[in-house]
Ligand binder design. Structure first.
Ligand code: NG6
Ligand code: CA
Length: 508
């Protein structure tokens, strides 16, 4: 009898132990699948709707970005809030329409921080949910509080509006100071050779593109004739800081390594990484291994370079084993421009390439090419590949990501479009106000209404129609994506409806 009892006891124990193991396994499962996903925004600078092969480009191939598009949701009605950089980035990070902030326009390198440290931001919201947060790349939202000493710790900046870690270029690649700034400190600065920056006056005896044109290796077309760094004339004057100056041709590799290192060092806990690449903004400075590769000149070459960087970056996510727990959002801050101030063959070598992808306008324009940009969401194993025609805006990432990580945000203009971004719904925004250098217009359903604006329509220097017309413009984008038929006169009912919604949303 005793033997029988011990047999039962033993069997029970074995069962209990194996059951416990199973439960433990299950708990582990639950742990990994319920772990909050990493969120990465890969943001290009001035990449047009038609600049990549997954959005119709035939003259160059972007296989790595295309892999995101074909493995994720490719949005055909994805918008930046604005047709220039600073306001777009403001919209992306704060979830607020940039036209609500009168200072949200292209900033010089000496501008103070545009985002209030009190304001809600995408990284702040995520940090509140336990995320580690970082920016690598272009900032262009101002730094400091008015008078910046670049030789001291620079604050407030990205670290004061939600980013734990920042490795940035202050403004644009064509603006001084031409140095990297890590968590508020200029990288590689020699205290014996301090940096001074000024946007009004040159420093005595310092060469500029006007005084010493022979020192330039890239020629300026308009603007861009101040201090010369690495043979490239810039916007703004800068003196000193020689050891800290970046190498333009290595910038893409430099940011890539920083982004990869961040991922490797932070993968054990959920993170948000804003990887803000500098291409294909001017000056276009491909690394020598990409020079001539596109046949379209430096502008095409840096698009190939950016595509390569994205491929390498995605490999890192895979190698680190986090690809299936990471949502990647790919987009651009505004539409394309060819000649943005330097002679760099962008116009001459364009050939059949159409950076606008059939849209009208370009960077600086209230026409579609200004704000409609490539917009892709990718999450391996989670998002079913599709093309979506829903209207989505970068500003909506704040509320949507809040939903994704289990909270909500209704304090901004951001709309929760999580289901749309994950491909579970086609119901995007009904309305969106777009902005270009201070002018606004309304997208509502298939329609776009641009109120009358003074000023020239055609900006000669950049060769772009910015959309100023003395009369109302009304387009049906479903039938006329190229905005060729103004229906304002033939469809007064629609115009009246659009004007009313515009006034309501815009508060004018
Ligand atoms: C313009 C610059 C242009 C570019 C742009 C900002 C001139 C004449 N043009 O003022 O080259 O730097 O600002 O681009 O200086 S953005 O993508 O950052 O908005
Ligand atoms: Ca830009």
């Amino acid at each position: 009898k005793n033997l029988k009892q011990s047999f039962f006891l033993a069997t029970f124990l074995i069962l209990a132990i194996s059951c416990k193991d199973k439960l433990a396994e299950k708990a582990n499962d639950v742990d990994t699948t319920s772990k909050k996903p990493n969120i990465i925004v890969i943001y290009l600078d001035d990449l047009g709707y038609g600049d990549i092969s997954s959005y119709g480009a035939t003259e160059l191939q972007t296989p790595n970005i295309d892999a995101l598009a074909s493995g994720g949701i490719r949005f055909t009605n994805g918008y930046a809030t604005s047709a220039t950089c600073t306001p777009s980035r403001y919209g992306l990070l704060t979830g607020m329409y940039p036209w609500r902030n009168k200072d949200a326009k292209i900033l010089p390198g000496t501008a103070p921080l545009l985002i209030s440290t009190e304001q809600q931001t995408l990284p702040k919201m995520l940090r509140g949910q336990g995320y580690q947060t970082a920016i690598v790349g272009k900032w262009h939202l101002g730094l400091g509080s008015g008078i910046t000493d670049w030789n001291e710790h620079i604050s407030p900046g990205p670290n004061e509006v939600g980013f734990d870690t920042s490795y940035i270029l202050a403004a644009t690649q064509d603006r001084v100071p031409t140095v990297y700034i890590e968590n508020g400190n200029v990288v590689g600065l020699d205290p014996e050779d301090p940096i001074s920056v000024d946007y009004k006056n040159n420093f005595e005896g310092e060469p500029t593109a006007i005084s010493n044109p022979e020192m330039t290796t890239m020629k300026w077309h308009h603007g861009h004739n101040n201090s010369i760094v690495n043979g490239i004339p810039r916007i703004g004057f800068m003196k000193g800081g020689d050891s800290a100056k970046w190498s333009d041709v290595d910038m893409a590799d430099h940011f890539l390594t920083k982004a990869q290192d961040y991922v490797k060092n932070h993968k054990d806990k959920p993170f948000f990484l804003y990887y803000a690449m500098q291409q294909p903004h001017v000056p276009r400075t491909p690394h020598p291994r990409f020079v001539g590769k596109s046949g379209l000149g430096p502008r095409g070459d840096v698009i190939l370079e950016a595509d390569w960087c994205i491929g390498e970056f995605m490999k890192t996510l895979e190698e680190e084993g986090i690809l299936e727990n990471t949502l990647v959002v790919f987009s651009s801050d505004n539409g394309p421009v060819l000649n943005d101030g330097y002679y760099d063959d962008a116009v001459e070598k364009l050939g059949k390439h159409d950076p606008k992808g059939g849209l009208r306008g370009g960077k600086y324009s209230i026409f579609e090419a200004g704000t409609r940009v490539p917009f892709i969401t990718y999450w391996k194993g989670k998002i079913q590949p599709a093309t979506s025609n829903a209207i989505v805006c970068q500003m909506d990432l704040l509320a949507s990501m809040a939903d994704l990580v289990g909270t909500e945000d209704s304090t901004t203009d951001s709309k929760d479009l999580l289901e749309v971004l994950l491909g579970k719904s086609e119901k995007g925004r009904e309305s969106l106000i777009i902005e270009a250098t201070g002018k606004t217009a309304l997208r509502h359903g298939d329609w776009l209404m641009i109120p009358p604006y003074k000023g020239k329509n055609f900006r000669e220097k950049v060769g772009i129609e910015v959309g100023n017309m003395p009369e109302f413009q009304l387009y049906n984008l479903k039938e006329d994506v190229g905005q060729q038929n103004n229906l304002a006169i033939s469809n007064p009912e629609k115009l009246a409806e659009m004007t009313k919604i515009f006034e309501l949303l815009r508060g004018v």
